[in-house]
Design a protein around this ligand. Structure first.
Ligand code: ADP
Length: 150
């Protein structure tokens, strides 16, 4: 049974995240979308909303579960018996950042990372850009799914 964790803040979930999740689905039997919570971090969307968006997007998919966690992602994976971490890569900045984290996670706990390159049409999307566009009253309809648009 191949179980993976897709960790992130998902503040909010974007079309880029959804693309990575859909493309990871054929690789695993189960994917936990894990919303990391950090008391020191300010979020635009409350945790309940972030969970609600993801649950409503994937409610018909038996392979996907939504959970929250605090602390180290590798520890969460061990607790959940997940052998893999899914990450999305948009550019070399993501790559450089993710490489060291993936190597450390493997060293610490034997949890391996599977990185999927973003589809070019979503390479510009990040949750922080979505939040900026929302705060400034711009059109974010091409950045998030209809669940978040509502
Ligand atoms: P974090 O706070 O861990 O960066 P995010 O919610 O911003 O959490 O992102 C979670 C994961 O989704 C990360 O691996 C990130 O690189 C990936 N990701 C975010 N946006 C995109 C996108 N547009 N295309 C592909 N992957 C993405």
């Amino acid at each position: 049974m191949k179980k993976a964790v897709f960790p992130g803040s998902f503040d909010p979930i974007t079309l880029g995240h959804i693309d990575i999740i859909e493309r990871a689905l054929p690789l695993f039997d189960e994917i936990i979308i894990a919303i990391g919570t950090n008391a020191a971090k300010q979020y635009m969307f409350p945790l309940e909303k972030r969970i609600e968006f993801i649950e409503s997007l994937f409610k018909d998919n038996q392979k996907i579960e939504v959970k929250t966690y605090q602390g180290m992602t590798a520890e969460f994976c061990k607790k959940e018996n997940a052998g893999f971490i899914i990450r999305g890569l948009r550019n070399t900045t993501d790559f450089n950042y993710e490489q060291a984290i993936a190597q450390t996670n493997y060293q610490l706990s034997g949890v391996d990372s599977v990185s999927i390159f973003t589809s070019p049409k979503y390479a510009n999307i990040s949750s922080s850009i979505v939040r900026d566009v929302m705060r400034n009253g711009g059109d974010y309809s091409m950045l998030v799914s209809s669940v978040v648009k509502k």
